[in-house]
Design a protein around this ligand. Structure first.
Ligand code: TA6
Length: 284
């Protein structure tokens, strides 16, 4: 039942279309961007902006941008959110696995602007769940310090009714207030304005409760100490040319990785795997 097709996607960019008995997904080689994941009989789990550009010199707006080797826009760095979400990845392997799982493994060709002797692999596994994993291999002779983040845009019915759960008591850096450190007081993070927070030493599981689409989305991570929660709200939505003015209503980012003081230092010869498993269930 599972099958994979290579197709020409938006902007003429190549994409993989994966089908299993339970779900479908789309992966653009540009940025190894998972732009679509949908369980049969349910609305898509990932949000993709109708205004997204599909050009080789910029990121796709939505899905799961792969952020590496830095998050945000450090003063000494040329781009926001690292180097790899706008690079062309290669399909290395397609594997059908027990339980009607389908796995695509992508690799990033080395390039002068990428860190030397650091190898990346990205695997996308679909079934009734979506699991993505970014592996970093340090094949150099010295430690390598970096940030990583899988910047997932989730589709919700109406963000004004949605809430993010599991972060009560966790410290966060408020990106809207010069990364001032605060502590989350609520178990239900709600949205009535822009929210942009980097939660530090976060637990492995968070949930998005979405009465609009009557579902709960579960985000379960391995080797992710940071969780980033973002909704651009009205002004920032209008300021983003690749994002519809009212699209903030239908998305929330819950991103998983190792950011800011959670950055990683990988000893020479070692590797690390950031994994995010995404599932959904009817809202209890
Ligand atoms: O998700 C957190 C964040 O850093 C926000 O501050 C916002 O900039 C968002 O990422 C999107 O960044 P991008 O470079 O994709 O427009």
């Amino acid at each position: 039942m599972s099958r994979v097709e290579f197709r020409t996607g938006q902007g003429g960019l190549p994409k993989l279309v994966l089908q299993t008995a339970a779900s479908t997904a789309e992966i653009y080689l540009h940025g190894a961007s998972v732009t679509h994941y949908q369980k049969h009989g349910e609305p898509p789990l990932l949000f993709l902006s109708s205004q997204s550009r599909f050009q080789s010199d910029g990121p796709i707006r939505g899905g799961i941008p792969v952020i590496f080797p830095w998050f945000g826009k450090p003063a000494d760095k040329p781009l926001q959110h690292g180097l790899v979400r706008t690079r062309s990845w290669q399909l290395a392997e397609i594997e059908t696995r027990a339980g009607d799982q389908l796995r695509a493994r992508l690799t990033l060709p080395s390039a002068p602007e990428l860190p030397a002797a650091i190898r990346l692999e990205y695997t996308v596994t679909i079934s009734a769940e979506l699991t993505v994993e970014l592996a970093v291999m340090n094949e150099s002779q010295q430690p390598f310090t970096f940030e990583n983040c899988l910047h997932t845009y989730f589709a919700v019915g109406d963000v004004r009714q949605a809430s993010v759960h599991g972060l009560r008591g966790i410290d966060y850096l408020d990106s809207l207030a010069a990364r001032q450190r605060r502590t989350e007081a609520s178990d239900a993070i709600r949205f009535s304005g822009e929210v942009d927070r980097i939660y530090l030493n976060a637990p492995p599981v968070t949930e998005i409760r979405d009465p609009g689409l009557r579902r709960t989305i579960r985000v379960e991570t391995q080797n992710a100490r940071s969780a980033v929660v973002w909704n651009p709200w009205i002004a920032k939505s209008k300021a983003m040319p690749d994002f519809g003015d009212d699209e903030y209503l239908r998305m929330v980012c819950v991103e998983s990785g190792n950011v800011a003081e959670n950055q990683l230092t990988l000893p020479a010869g070692e590797s690390c795997r950031l994994q995010v498993a995404i599932s959904s269930a009817p809202l209890a």
